[in-house]
Design a protein around this ligand. Structure first.
Ligand SMILES: Nc1ncnc2c1ncn2[C@@H]1O[C@H](COP(=O)(O)OP(=O)(O)O)[C@@H](O)[C@H]1O
Ligand SMILES: [Mg+2]
Length: 481
């Protein structure tokens, strides 16, 4: 957009400059030439009239001397070169502005002198070997009535005129160049004042789309339309933040409110168990199991709502310590299913995250992996540095997922059609995982490795080592959602 604006300004400027300057330059050149031609012509005619009488005077009476004196006076006021010949074409007088001796030679030969002696005026330009350049000449007959007494030819060098014309072209080019430079600068500023706020706006829109609901566009000082757009955008973003915030608050509050009656319900069921007879025990057990499920669902919803609200800021987390802690926490659960739990972490690996987020993420992924891992298989946890990111992978040897399922897996309440209904899942685990990672500036992807199974790939920003950081307690029980 900026380039296009610049290009259009510059094209218009160049067109205007060419349209103005080229005719100006040519008209200057023409007028300079005409002025020279007219002045040379006028000088020739004047000299012809004034030398008429002297030419009629015989040499003994001082005619040629008079002419030479006339030319000497003329030389003072002009750098023209004048040649006067008599009717026979013999040189009578000549001016030599450059001090060369007057020579009686081919001067009489040129065709313009012959034409003048024939009674015709002529003018034109030709190369003069004496001046080493082009000259403009004008030759006129000297007449007395109808008798031709001789001819005058005036020549003037063209070089000064050509120099003036060239200087004029240079001046025009200089003016054009300066105008173009000023226009470039101004149009760059104008284009920037339009495109910068738009770029800001698109960056803010991208941030908002990425989940940063508090992102607002800076109000530009540029064009009113762009400012209005930014204002409208901010209003929309504020409204969106409000709506989403209200919804999250509702979910969090509702989940929280549900926990108390659920706890009471469980307590009552436990009491009931001791009081009912054997035939009803199964029903009470079933009811208790349902209450447990419901409690986990409410806990999951609460976790999701909390993750979306994102409280404290991410810190530097010792990845090896967290991974080791989560592995230890899940070892017993894995052993129960006869599954190996292996962890390989690059030494000295630190990530930017909230430690409790990373723990919950790993818990959910390990829970999923152990749910599907066939007995005798291995679930592998690896972590490594990738440039300015930290990559953590959880690989299982289960049935894996199709591309379609992987695309839907992060939706809330989505569970694959074949997944068992008895493992307590609600389809919230991966939604929570993604929300927690996004809150910390991380990402997650599900991949199908060629070896089969499913591989969850987490990426977090790399962190800086914190000396003497307290490792998370390895004994904390795994959270299940
Ligand atoms: N490691 C895995 N292998 C195969 N399927 C998986 C794996 N992890 C998750 N899934 C599928 O994705 C669905 C959604 O997972 P999740 O969001 O954790 O919900 P839940 O575990 O509560 O069912 C699961 O129901 C399961 O079908
Ligand atoms: Mg799960």
């Amino acid at each position: 957009m900026r380039r296009r604006l610049l290009l259009s300004y510059l094209t218009i400027t160049v067109l205007v400059l060419v349209g103005l300057e080229v005719p100006l330059g040519f008209s200057f050149a023409r007028s300079e030439h005409r002025r020279l031609e007219e002045s040379v012509q006028q000088d020739a005619v004047t000299l012809a009239v004034r030398s008429e009488e002297s030419l009629e005077t015989p040499p003994e009476a001082g005619g040629p001397a008079e002419l030479q004196a006339l030319l000497a006076r003329y030389e003072h006021v002009s750098d023209d070169r004048v040649v006067i010949v008599d009717a026979a074409g013999r040189l009578v007088a000549s001016s030599e502005p450059r001090g060369e001796p007057t020579r009686d030679r081919d001067e009489l030969g040129p065709p313009e002198i012959a034409r003048a002696l024939g009674g015709h005026q002529s003018a034109g330009s030709r190369y003069s070997p004496e001046l080493g350049g082009d000259v403009w000449f004008s030759a006129v007959p000297i007449e007395s009535g109808s008798i031709i007494l001789g001819a005058v030819r005036v020549t003037h060098p063209l070089a000064p005129v050509e120099n003036r014309i060239r200087d004029n072209w240079l001046l025009l080019a200089l003016i054009g160049g300066s105008v173009l430079a000023v226009v470039s600068l101004v149009s760059l500023l104008v284009a920037r004042s339009v495109t910068r706020p738009l770029a800001d706006l698109s960056r803010t829109a991208a941030r908002l789309g990425g989940g940063a609901l508090d992102a607002r566009a800076p109000l530009p000082t540029g064009p009113a339309e762009v400012r209005l757009l930014a204002q409208e955008f901010n209003t929309t973003a504020a409204r969106l933040e409000e709506l989403v915030g209200a919804q999250r608050t509702f979910v969090a509050d509702a989940s929280h409110q549900l926990r108390t009656p659920l706890a009471a319900l469980r307590l009552r069921l436990e009491n009931l168990e001791t009081e009912v007879d054997a035939s009803a025990t199964d029903d009470v057990d079933g009811a208790r199991a349902e209450v447990e499920r419901l409690t986990r669902l409410v806990d999951g919803l609460l976790a999701l709502a909390r993750a979306e609200r994102g409280a404290a800021a991410p810190t530097d987390v010792d990845v090896a310590a967290v991974v080791a802690g989560r592995r230890d926490a899940w070892l017993a659960f894995a052993a129960e299913r006869d599954v190996e739990l292996e962890a390989r972490v690059e030494p000295g690996l630190w990530a930017r995250a909230r430690p409790e987020h990373l723990e919950q993420v790993l818990d959910n992924l390990l829970n999923n992996a152990l749910d599907v891992a066939p007995s005798g298989s291995t679930v592998t946890l690896t972590a490594a540095r990738r440039r300015d990111r930290v990559e953590i992978r959880v690989l299982d040897a289960g049935p894996g997922m199709t591309a379609e399922e992987r695309a839907r897996a992060f939706d809330r309440f989505w569970r694959s059609p074949g997944s068992p209904s008895d493992n307590g899942g609600f389809g919230l685990g991966l939604a929570i995982v993604r929300q927690l990672l996004n809150a910390d500036g991380g990402t997650i992807q599900l991949q199908s490795p060629p070896s089969g199974g499913l591989e969850a790939v987490i990426e977090l920003r790399a962190g800086r080592p914190v000396p003497g950081a307290r490792p998370p307690s390895p004994a904390s029980t795994p959270a299940q959602t």
